[in-house]
Design a protein around this ligand. Structure first.
Ligand SMILES: Nc1ncnc2c1ncn2[C@@H]1O[C@H](COP(=O)(O)OP(=O)(O)OP(=O)(O)O)[C@@H](O)[C@H]1O
Ligand SMILES: N[C@@H](CCO)C(=O)O
Length: 309
């Protein structure tokens, strides 16, 4: 078998009330170069991956082993080079990109025993929720559920004129720490608020109703509990619309904050506002605009790009 490359995108999960069930794909990428050979080598490259293991305990290789476990097949030896421009532990799905890239690479190495729905199910079960792995695999916006019957999803093409602006603070917040602050139980009023807003948000995104995003993205399930971990978050959720945002949310488990914008409008006022919030809170970081990635995970072999999903 010849060498091949797998590229999986970053993602932003939850989008406010769609906790553990709604996410979109962001065009920053984790890339694996897989070269079949006589020995297995795992080689993380670049500053973002400094400190990640250069052996089979690396999360990417552990993801590859999940396919061997699911199928009962043995992974052939290969050199696995890993690069990424997804910032780690910032709420942009770095672990999901690594997981999906590893699973897709192992599936390819083994002759594709798993179809894409099975790839998603392996990834969602490992991550514990499908809201990052589904958009990382399929691109676009994905609504997904995970339960004992399997992983079910609907992929939406992003509405025209919808872009994202992300504020990526210069500090890490692990998903496990940001989940530990959440309550174990919620009231019926909170449950009804969450499911009605998540349903409205999914419907609004599917119909291109950008006017509804700000209202539909209200959330009391996770953002209020996580706000103390993310200086400035409460202000941004309250005020970003005054500076051109169509809606705002904590991205995944944070600390990145995501705003939707209309691509026909300048995002300069939003950038000025978000940079000001960071400064006021003594934070460094980046504010960046992105389209929503629509390609998801791709395999490239001999210059030919194959669509996964
Ligand atoms: N390319 C990679 N190679 C090896 N390990 C990685 C890679 N990408 C992510 N990881 C592991 O995943 C951890 C980050 O996962 P975590 O779930 O805390 O945050 P995230 O996935 O970036 O954010 P979120 O889930 O909130 O969107 C890193 O600290 C690292 O251990
Ligand atoms: N839905 C997850 C996404 C982060 O992995 C959370 O908010 O904890």
């Amino acid at each position: 078998m010849t060498a091949f490359t797998v590229r999986a995108p970053a993602s932003s999960a939850n989008l406010g009330p769609g906790f553990d069930s709604l996410g979109l794909s962001v065009p920053l990428y984790t890339t694996l170069r897989i070269t079949p050979g006589n020995v297995t080598e795992v080689i993380p490259l670049g500053p973002e991956l400094e400190g990640t293991p250069a052996d089979e305990s690396n999360y990417v290789y552990q993801a590859m082993l999940l396919v061997a476990k699911r199928t009962g097949l043995t992974l052939p030896p290969a050199r696995v080079e890993i690069t990424t421009d997804v910032p780690l532990a910032r709420g942009l799905g770095s672990s999901a990109a690594a997981l999906v890239a590893g699973i897709v690479a192992a599936n390819e190495l083994l002759g594709n025993p798993l179809d894409m729905d099975a790839v998603l199910d392996v990834a969602a079960r490992e991550e514990g929720h499908p809201d990052n792995v589904a958009p990382a695999l399929f691109g676009g916006i994905v609504v997904a559920t995970l339960d004992k019957l399997g992983t079910h999803y609907v992929r939406l093409d992003p509405p025209v004129n919808l872009g994202v602006t992300v504020l990526i603070p210069d500090f890490e917040l692990s998903t496990s720490k940001a989940r530990a602050v959440l309550p174990r139980e919620y009231s019926r009023a909170d449950a009804v608020h969450a499911l009605s807003h998540a349903a409205l948000l999914a419907a609004a995104l599917s119909q291109g109703r950008l006017d509804l995003l700000r209202h539909a993205m209200q959330d009391y399930i996770h953002q209020i509990w996580r706000a103390p971990l993310v200086p400035g978050l409460s202000d941004i959720l309250e005020d970003a619309w005054r500076h051109g945002a169509l809606g705002a949310a904590l991205s995944g488990a944070g600390p990145t904050v995501l705003c939707f914008h209309d691509t026909r409008e300048s995002t300069a006022p939003l950038h000025t506002y978000l940079s000001g919030v960071m400064k006021k809170n003594g934070l460094d970081g980046r504010v960046m605009d992105f389209p929503i990635d629509t390609q998801g995970t791709l395999i490239e072999r001999d210059g030919l790009i194959e669509r996964e999903g």
